[in-house]
Design a protein around this ligand. Structure first.
Ligand code: NYM
Ligand code: MG
Length: 270
């Protein structure tokens, strides 16, 4: 079943293990391994989020669908160029495919984010983190319907950016993950690996917040803690065509598996 935003808010009521009745403890897998996090549930809510698999329209989890493919990495790692190359490649093969990016600066939430990134407004670190997350939530149902209708989505940045950049500022990583729980889980995360120093050599850091070497070093550390089974690490320092070749091979496998009915899952709930 789907875990909607109203239910997700329940995750924001952490309680100590001793304060929560044993029956309210749930296990969550994290990148660091399986670990128990205790939450106090408000039992007045019809809280049913134990099923992490999204059911397809006719309730057959084996239905063919599009793949959710995410590109992640430091600023200047080459994600944006590779996203458009992947889009062209898959379109050329006749696949239904769209390229998206987060933040999506076209929405009103996205405009607040854009203004913050351009240093035109100042927001508390927690507040901007939640705005980035809200910007993904506002696209979640469209994302789900696109995937179910067979369209593959290539997404330039997703929840991993959200957690990596905010935790690099010193925010607690578990706290950063909370509002992302229940978003759709990517089928494949392509991490374009480049050292912060090499990325800085590429130049082109703009005026935007976060585009500084020292900060990017912290982001790289945070990313390392987030990698999970859906990740494929790609050497982003290779020539652009070689990077593309590695990406296309992995992406084709992923698209084929999703076509065969790989279940659609929710992020960080299992
Ligand atoms: N960013 C992006 C975050 O801090 N949190 C997020 O959730 C997302 C999606 O925004 N430096 C940061 C990473 C980037 C910046 O992204 C803008 P881009 O891909 O450079 O336009
Ligand atoms: Mg950037």
């Amino acid at each position: 079943m789907n875990c909607r935003i109203g239910e997700i808010s329940l995750y924001h009521q952490p309680a100590t293990a001793s304060a929560a009745p044993a029956s309210t403890n749930r296990n969550f897998a994290t990148a660091a391994g399986r670990q128990t996090i205790s939450f106090r549930y408000n039992l007045k809510f019809p809280f049913k989020c134990s099923s992490r698999q999204i059911h397809m329209e006719n309730n057959h989890s084996s239905d063919s669908r599009g793949a959710l493919i995410v590109l992640e990495g430091l600023d200047r790692c080459g994600k944006t160029s590779q996203s458009s190359r992947l889009l062209q490649y898959l379109e050329g093969l006749g696949h239904a495919v769209e390229s998206w990016r987060f933040p999506d600066r076209t929405t009103s939430v996205g405009q607040m984010i854009s203004s913050y990134l351009a240093n035109k407004s100042h927001l508390d670190d927690h507040t901007i983190h939640l705005l980035f997350s809200a910007n993904r939530w506002e696209k979640r149902s469209l994302m789900e319907s696109k995937l179910k209708s067979g369209t593959t989505l290539i997404i330039d940045r997703y929840s991993y950016s959200g957690v990596a950049f905010s935790s690099a500022k010193g925010l607690d990583m578990k706290w950063c993950k909370s509002p992302e729980m229940g978003l759709l889980a990517p089928d494949l995360v392509l991490y374009l690996d480049i050292s912060p120093e090499k990325a800085a050599e590429r130049g082109g850091y703009g005026e935007e917040r976060y585009e500084q070497l020292e900060f990017q070093k912290k982001v790289a550390q945070s990313y390392k803690m987030l990698s999970d089974a859906s990740w494929k690490i790609i050497d982003a320092t290779l020539p652009i065509e070689d990077v593309e070749k590695q990406l296309t091979e992995t992406v084709l496998d992923c698209v084929a598996t999703c076509r065969k009915g790989k279940p659609l899952l929710e992020l960080w709930l299992s």
